[in-house]
Ligand binder design. Structure first.
Ligand code: B12
Ligand code: SF4
Length: 512
């Protein structure tokens, strides 16, 4: 096979950016798959350039001028940048491939701008793409493996790519690992609700951890598993076999149901420093938080007690909450979250507005059938923009309550209580920095601006009320400013998409 020049771009951020937070932390949010694909391609003898885009790099310069294939890993919020880049490198003669969360969620839309759109991706699929390596236009090929790969190249095999990424993180350097893929739980709003749980090989895990101990004095590892610790003893046994107590600091996203006190003792002993459990809702998903049928204030008290127990064992806890679920109504869910913060002041609350990312989750089919999904441009679609018409709130009411909750969460009183409740220096200051960043005050400011516009900006209000699909000029301007020079490469029509494409694809599959 001809030796190819291959570019791989990991879009960690959605536009050029020079924030201090980004400078210090962005590279730590790199994805695993672009490094994996880079390794697979190099193994085949191809020439590979991996660019981890943190917003500071000059993408026009970093990719070789003559490149045969460009793979882009993208979230939905960075999809417009991905589309612009695809357009740019296609103009230079390259074939383009998109993978990652956006490709899984909005494959139909991505096919308009890429030659290949990949779902689940394993080595065989990458080799298939490289063997074909042809233009597929105007509609790209949508290809997917049957499932996630059973194994990935080891950390030592991908070290070259990990190292070049971590060089961009000046102080804190975090290596991403995977102990499992998929999830055994079935939360119907989640991308993993229908992906079978698949633990990775523990020998490979041990090899990776041992290797990292040779590279750093005290490595920091973030588990990218959707829900870490489902096979708890198996994972802990593997860590204990190769990592002397406290030699590696771990961060993991997990569910409350897995974080019993017995498990916390072991997690502490093994160096777990930050946990991100999902609480999601006070009225739903009791199984996940181990609160069963208990809802409302009963659940708040039980979860707060549980979080306080966890905080006795790990210094940093972020609790994940979803705002705008159909089970929520009136002021109660918001007031309950405030009571929760009063009872568990040490936790950092992260709020995600209910977002239906295309075909990510089974719930999205129902939302699309009910005509409740709005065509917000992808650039605005992270978890801070709800693209689902709320069932029990008007938009102004939802924003009013959200602003109240955000202000409460980052009020001087709450910041002081959180500071006092955290025992260690790094967690204390991390919480302060996060409160002052786009996550705390930044969000309160954004939500306040949106609320003001809901009253004063007719085009924006009509869009929210689904009276028109025309993107409000306020949003268009924001995207143009954010994308900067990439705006000129954005293909025509790319800021619009069909919010019901998933539903439509079901009809066409059935009638085919
Ligand atoms: C770990 C994780 C993170 C980590 C690491 C992110 C990263 N860069 O990978 C952190 C905490 C940093 C993070 C942050 C965010 N996240 Co996140 N995250 C996850 C989580 C839990 C697991 C993702 C994962 O690594 N899975 C393991 C990999 C191997 O599987 P996979 O992603 O499905 O990838 C497969 C294919 O897509 C493909 N593939 C993946 N990448 C690539 C790249 C190429 C080039 C190719 C060809 C193929 C390919 O191969 C894989 C194997 O089959 C998912 C939820 C979930 N359960 O999937 C959310 C998820 C991906 N995150 C989500 C979001 C919204 C965010 C944020 C925007 C949230 C926010 N507001 O801040 C930020 C964005 C950060 C960024 N731009 O990097 C959404 C994405 C939805 C979407 N369509 O965009 C998800 C799906 C959760 C959700 N809300 O439903 N996240
Ligand atoms: S929300 Fe968490 S627990 Fe529920 S299916 Fe998704 S990954 Fe699993």
């Amino acid at each position: 096979m001809k030796k190819l020049s291959i570019g791989i771009i990991d879009l960690i951020t959605k536009a050029p950016s020079r924030t201090m937070w980004g400078r210090v932390m962005s590279a730590n949010f790199a994805s695993i798959m672009p490094q994996v694909i880079a390794t697979w391609c190099e193994e085949q003898g191809h020439e590979v350039t991996l660019v981890t885009y943190t917003g500071r790099e000059d993408l026009f310069k970093e990719l070789p001028q003559k490149v045969d294939v460009v793979f882009i890993g993208s979230f939905t919020e960075s999809a417009l940048l991905a589309y612009a880049l695809s357009n740019l490198v296609r103009a230079r003669g390259a074939v383009t491939v998109i993978g990652g969360p956006h490709a899984r969620c909005y494959s139909q839309d991505a096919q308009k701008y890429f030659d290949y759109v990949l779902g689940f991706t394993d080595k065989a699929l990458i080799l298939e793409v490289l063997a074909d390596c042809a233009q597929h236009r105007p509609m790209g090929l949508h290809l997917s493996a049957d499932r996630h790969p059973a194994q990935l190249p080891s950390v030592s095999e991908r070290w070259k790519f990990i190292e070049q990424t971590l060089r961009k993180a000046p102080f804190i350097k975090i290596v991403p690992l995977l102990g499992s893929l998929g999830c055994p739980y079935t939360c119907d709003f989640c991308i993993d609700s229908s992906v079978p749980y698949q633990p990775m090989d523990t020998d490979a895990m041990k090899e990776d951890l041992s290797f990292l101990l040779t590279k750093f004095k005290r490595p920091r590892v973030a588990w990218h598993d959707p829900s870490f610790g489902v096979r708890f003893d198996r994972s802990m046994d593997a860590i204990e076999e190769v990592v002397p107590p406290g030699r590696i600091d771990f961060i993991a996203e997990s569910t409350l149901s897995l974080l019993s006190e017995k498990h916390m003792v072991r997690l502490k002993r093994n160096g777990f420093k930050a946990l991100l459990p999902g609480i999601e809702s006070w009225f739903d998903l009791g199984k996940k938080s181990r609160t069963g049928e208990i809802t409302g204030m009963g659940k708040v008290k039980k979860v707060a007690e549980h979080i306080n127990m966890i905080l006795r064992y790990v210094p940093y806890v972020q609790t994940n909450h979803i705002v705008g679920l159909d089970s929520d109504e009136g002021s109660e869910p918001f007031e309950l979250t405030k009571r929760f913060l009063d009872l568990a002041p040490g936790a950092f609350p992260a709020y995600s507005l209910l977002s239906a990312f295309g075909q990510a989750a089974p719930l999205n089919l129902k939302l699309q059938a009910d005509n409740r999904v709005l065509p917000f441009p992808f650039h605005l679609l992270s978890n801070t923009q709800m693209n689902v018409r709320p069932l029990h709130y008007s938009w102004p009411e939802l924003y009013d309550r959200l602003i109240g909750l955000t202000r409460y969460s980052f009020s001087p009183r709450m910041l002081l209580r959180r500071f006092a409740a955290n025992g260690e220096t790094i967690p204390r200051w991390l919480n302060v920095v996060r409160a002052f960043s786009s996550e705390g005050f930044g969000r309160a400011k954004y939500f306040t601006e949106m609320r003001r516009r809901l009253t004063t900006d007719k085009s924006l209000r009509s869009f929210f009320e689904q009276e028109t699909n025309e993107i409000p000029p306020f949003f268009v301007e924001r995207i143009r400013t954010d994308l900067g020079e990439f705006w000129d490469w954005l293909p025509e029509g790319a800021i619009n998409h069909d919010p019901n494409a998933y539903l439509m694809s079901q009809y066409s599959t059935r009638s085919a």
